[in-house]
Write a protein of this length. Structure first.
Length: 568
């Protein structure tokens, strides 16, 4: 990393690390002619070309406002001396895709986002990047693209949604999912169900609790790849627009300082991200996405790192889905920097890690006040929600390569029960709604992994119905697919190897006795290796669910969940 000091010293530095392929030489006259048609003038070809990757879309409230954020980032980059251009990539609305075939496209959309950003930046020879994400897969998708490209970049989060209000109480999208179970149980009527539907999502922004979007935004800020406060500022706050403007300016500064993503996204930076996720009680999707992001920058990250850090970091945040508060509440009392300050004081963060500000984590945090002393959202170290982090890695003969679960708000530590086996979420949901699932059952939903799903569909719909029907903590759910950041209860996902490749979960039968023991990080089925082998001889791999198109390509390329379900 090479830095220059002061504007005068940097003025002579050519920041066109890639765009000179276009902006210099007689042979590039046609290339420049194309750019003149979109507004470039002579002086712009002497400036670094900055891409603004926007995930704006009308298909989800998470991203509905990002077009305006992108414009502000573009203004900032131009004001700092760059030649910025906005381009778009896709988003999938997880809440809308949930519970049906559409969810199979959700995790693959992470790869489409990463691939498309890499493609545009690589083809257009851009020198720097601001990537803006809203819904769950946007953030890791943007970050995987940034990691592969390794050009100066800043990530901007579109921000959290405000909580909905009903009878003076905060509600959100998970309230709507759980209301389906309450309606099925007879606790609420159709009128009340409709009221919840109409008020759960009041406007722009990503799901408000410590679900996947807010989890990943927090992880990225902790890693140093976004500006401080980026994760906790809400979507409709005017400060979000100002953040985007500063991000645009900061990319040009990163070019001046010669700071690249791989200077920031180090092993210690990923450890900081995991630490913050554990303290906040984040989504289990953090395993998949942080592993995928680490792969993009050749950082050796594994389940062992998550488990090592979990044992060191207490769960401090009383945030939904298992807690009381939402991200907006955290923003009101000091935001993520306040949380990071208390973790740093306890020696749980690497304060010397470089960030996109050009300063270290510790230097950044010195600029922010402590959390409000009267707040109840973040516990102190003497009164944590749990003395260790709530995101566990389990292993055993049912998941030799690992499985993950989130134990915040779940008093049950061990459970043994008979398997009720389903090869689709739809069949399991039908059985649940027909009251065929009873206390102490272990619901097994398989062929939902990266290849078998494909795309590891999230199980928020069925897990929320379990909660709504009053079965939370009374039944367990296992899958080689995923659970949403909004899921809570005794739910274990990411079981690897998955069923599609012949993992042990493919061999489970109804009424096999399964034991989950959080105290020993284990998950076992009461079968001998001989019984497993006999069943394995009778098993054959089912045909891929999709024989053409993006999902067929994904099936053929994707790795297992314990490797981040990456495709490259």
């Amino acid at each position: 990393m090479s830095c220059c000091h002061g504007k005068d010293q940097c003025e002579h530095k050519d920041l066109r690390i890639h765009s000179k392929d276009i902006s210099e030489g007689i042979n590039r006259t046609p290339n420049r002619a194309m750019l003149r048609a979109v507004g470039f003038q002579d002086e712009d070809f002497k400036k670094p070309m900055i891409g603004i990757a926007s995930t704006w879309s009308e298909v989800t409230p998470c991203n509905i406002h990002i077009d305006q954020i992108a414009l502000r980032a573009k203004e900032g980059a131009r004001e700092a001396g760059g030649a910025p251009m906005i381009f778009n990539t896709i988003t999938v609305a997880d809440g809308i895709a949930m519970g049906h075939e559409g969810m199979r496209y959700s995790l693959p959309s992470r790869e489409v986002i990463a691939d498309s950003i890499e493609t545009v930046v690589g083809a257009e020879r851009l020198d720097g990047l601001v990537a803006i994400g809203g819904c769950d897969k946007n953030m890791p998708g943007c970050m995987i693209g940034i990691g592969r490209l390794n050009i100066p970049a800043v990530f901007v989060y579109g921000g959290t949604i405000q909580p909905g209000k009903l009878d003076g109480q905060d509600i959100d999208i998970v309230s709507a999912f759980e209301a389906v179970g309450q309606f099925n149980k007879g606790e609420i009527d159709e009128k009340r169900l409709h009221e919840i539907e109409c008020r759960a999502c009041p406007g722009a922004g990503s799901c408000g609790g410590m679900y996947t979007a807010n989890t990943m935004a927090s992880a990225i800020e902790a890693m140093g790849m976004s500006l401080p406060l980026n994760a906790s500022t809400s979507a409709i706050d005017n400060k979000k627009s100002e953040e985007a403007n500063r991000a645009g300016k900061q990319v040009v500064k990163l070019l001046e300082m010669g700071i690249y993503p791989r200077d920031i996204m180090t092993k210690k930076a990923f450890e900081n991200a995991i630490t913050v996720v554990m303290a906040l009680g984040g989504s289990t999707n953090a395993f998949l996405h942080l592993l995928g992001m680490a792969h993009s920058v050749d950082v050796d990250l594994s389940y062992d790192d998550f488990e090592r850090i979990r044992k060191q970091v207490p769960h401090l945040a009383d945030l939904k889905p298992s807690g009381k508060y939402v991200m907006q509440d955290l923003s009101n009392v000091g935001g993520l920097p306040g949380v990071m300050k208390i973790l740093l004081r306890k020696g749980l963060l690497h304060g010397d890690c470089l960030t996109v500000t050009g300063k270290t984590v510790e230097e950044n945090l010195n600029d922010f006040p402590d959390l409000d002393v009267h707040q109840e959202i973040i516990r102190d170290f003497d009164h944590p929600l749990k003395p260790e982090g709530p995101l566990y890695v389990l292993k055993g003969n049912l998941a030799p390569d690992g499985a993950v679960c989130k134990m915040s708000g779940v008093p049950v530590k061990t459970m043994t029960g008979p398997a009720k086996v389903f090869d689709s979420e739809e069949d399991a949901t039908k059985a649940l709604m027909e009251n065929s699932i009873v206390e102490n059952d272990v619901i097994v939903i398989r062929y939902q992994g990266p290849k078998g799903g494909p795309g590891m569909p999230e199980m928020l719909s069925i897990s929320a119905i379990v909660i709504g029907k009053g079965l939370g903590g009374k039944v367990a759910m296992l899958t080689d697919g995923r659970y949403s950041g909004g899921s809570h209860g005794l739910v274990i996902g990411h079981i690897a190897p998955e069923a599609q490749v012949g993992g042990p979960i493919a061999l489970i039968q109804n009424y096999d006795m399964i034991t989950i023991d959080i105290t020993t990080n284990s998950i076992y089925v009461d079968l001998t290796e001989e019984e497993f082998e006999n069943r394995r001889k009778l098993w054959s791999e089912p045909p891929y669910r999709y024989q053409r198109g993006v999902l067929n390509k994904y099936i053929r390329l994707v790795t297992s969940a314990d490797r981040g379900a990456v495709t490259d």
